[in-house]
Design a protein around this ligand. Sequence first.
Ligand code: ADP
Ligand code: ADP
Length: 228
Amino acid sequence: AAILEVDHLSKRYGSGTSALNDVSLDINEGEIVALLGPNGAGKTTLISIICGLVVPTSGTVRVGGHDIRTDWRAARKMIGLVPQEIALEPFEKVIDCVRYTRGLYGLPPDEAYVEQLLRSLALWDKREARTRELSGGMKRRVLIAKALSHRPKVLFLDEPTAGVDVTLRREMWTVVRELRAQGVTIILTTHYLEEAEDMADRIGVINHGQLLLMRPKSELMGEFGKKR
Ligand code: ADP
Ligand code: ADP
């Protein structure tokens, strides 16, 4: 069943920029989908609309059947977003970041879940560390832990490996696969074909605000003349 349904979505910013033009896509529960496209293609706009942060000019988005505009609260609960920018409170402890984010959703404390989450992201040993003491890779994992603090069904990763080195990139891929094994549906944006190939079940190509194609990885590899 489709956990995410995007229908005829368009966005024109006040500046006149047409950032998205009639984009439709369905994403099934448990899939990993990569949205591939160059800078300015419209990837962040698409994710921002789905997460309810930007209002579309036209079109609809449903998450788990909940319309993002008319049933925002229910839709938002099903979504976790890992933003591109690393924005953490430097003096906050790792474990408190996750507890605090749960609080923002109005959820009661759940120490067992917080522990499970931090362990699954290999952050448990660092739970008492201040975020400013962490390496770049660990900071990114804290952002993921925050995004998963309310147990969303769908996790968005906006350019999870932008500006990180090869080692860190591979570490992120491992984390993504582990999350999928736990049943989380994952949608990520990237401008690396290699990354899309390595991580995703399906790859969508976006350019100039249009979804040019959306195919299972196996089919796409054939089109690019590669065999795996
Ligand atoms: P909207 O119509 O959605 O309100 P606006 O065009 O008025 O969008 O811009 C909203 C904000 O985004 C403004 O603060 C603007 O400075 C900023 N902004 C404008 N152009 C860009 C851009 N290319 N990339 C990122 N932010 C931008
Ligand atoms: P991507 O994430 O693929 O780099 P974006 O969704 O950020 O693409 O941008 C798509 C287009 O919309 C670009 O032309 C960008 O400059 C423009 N844009 C993005 N955000 C805003 C904004 N807030 N206001 C005006 N224009 C924007």
